[in-house]
Write a protein that binds this ligand. Structure first.
Ligand SMILES: Cc1cc2nc3c(=O)[nH]c(=O)nc-3n(C[C@H](O)[C@H](O)[C@H](O)COP(=O)(O)O)c2cc1C
Length: 219
């Protein structure tokens, strides 16, 4: 099953990080069931990864010029092409795995940049003329059996801690935009959490159990 794995860790090739260990657990499970060449790995922090950004001279200008039907400069055209390729790649995989650490209570900045290239009106969602019965002003266009799995590592425990639950917005943000905004039919979360306080084997044993469950729902 064609799967796009996005690694959003700045230190993506260091096996000591919990996120990367979750990726390894996922990859070996994947390879035991599917052909390895169906798994596309995209490292957002690789040196040769170029992610267009919402900035004055990048996507903002390109989008405004497209609306005004103005010609793009050669540099703008290159940026626009990279952005389109990201969108094409995203749509071509019906399974998406996101690997991310929690940094300063949020996803890493390149993951946000990546999302800015794929959360595009009339491509992955569309606006409605009037609110639906939930009050939503948009509807997802990624409704043809798309599913996402988040492999997420955090220093503290967020899933069942009264104080930290209120700070658990990074996974919630991802879950909402993929499920509610783009229309994915499932969004699973597997955590390695409490990495600053719990023994490594305890964290990974629980993560393995949760991954087994999530994997069954995912494929
Ligand atoms: C720059 C930075 C910021 C961090 N911010 C948080 C945070 O806000 N909350 C938290 O629980 N842990 C935080 N941590 C700890 C990481 O979430 C923890 O080390 C986790 O295991 C990261 O994943 P990794 O092991 O894959 O690097 C931070 C770590 C770094 C390096």
């Amino acid at each position: 099953m064609k799967t796009l794995l996005i690694n959003a860790h700045p230190d993506f090739n260091n096996p000591n990080h919990f996120s990367n260990q979750l990726q390894e657990l996922f990859s070996s499970k994947y390879k035991s069931q599917f052909s390895e060449n169906e798994l596309t790995i995209f490292n957002l922090y690789a040196l040769d990864t170029n992610l267009p950004r919402i900035e004055q001279n990048q996507l903002l200008k390109i989008w405004n010029k497209k609306i005004a039907d103005e010609k793009l400069s050669a540099d703008e055209l290159k940026i626009a092409q990279v952005s389109e390729q990201l969108l094409t790649q995203f749509k071509a995989h019906h399974r998406l795995v996101i690997v991310s650490p929690l940094h300063n209570f949020n996803i890493t900045s390149r993951l946000k940049d990546y999302i800015d290239n794929i959360l595009i009106a009339r491509e992955t969602f569309r606006y409605l003329d009037s609110p639906d019965d939930k009050g939503k002003l948009s509807t997802g266009l990624m409704t043809n059996d798309y599913k996402a799995l988040l492999l997420f590592a955090s220093g503290s425990i967020y899933s069942d801690h009264e104080f930290y639950q209120n700070l658990d917005f990074a996974p919630q943000y991802l879950k909402m935009i993929f499920s509610e905004i783009m229309g994915f039919s499932d969004f699973e979360i597997v955590r390695a959490e409490g990495t600053a306080i719990l023994p490594e084997n305890q964290i990974l044993d629980l993560a393995k159990e949760n991954l087994d469950e999530a994997f069954k729902k995912f494929y």
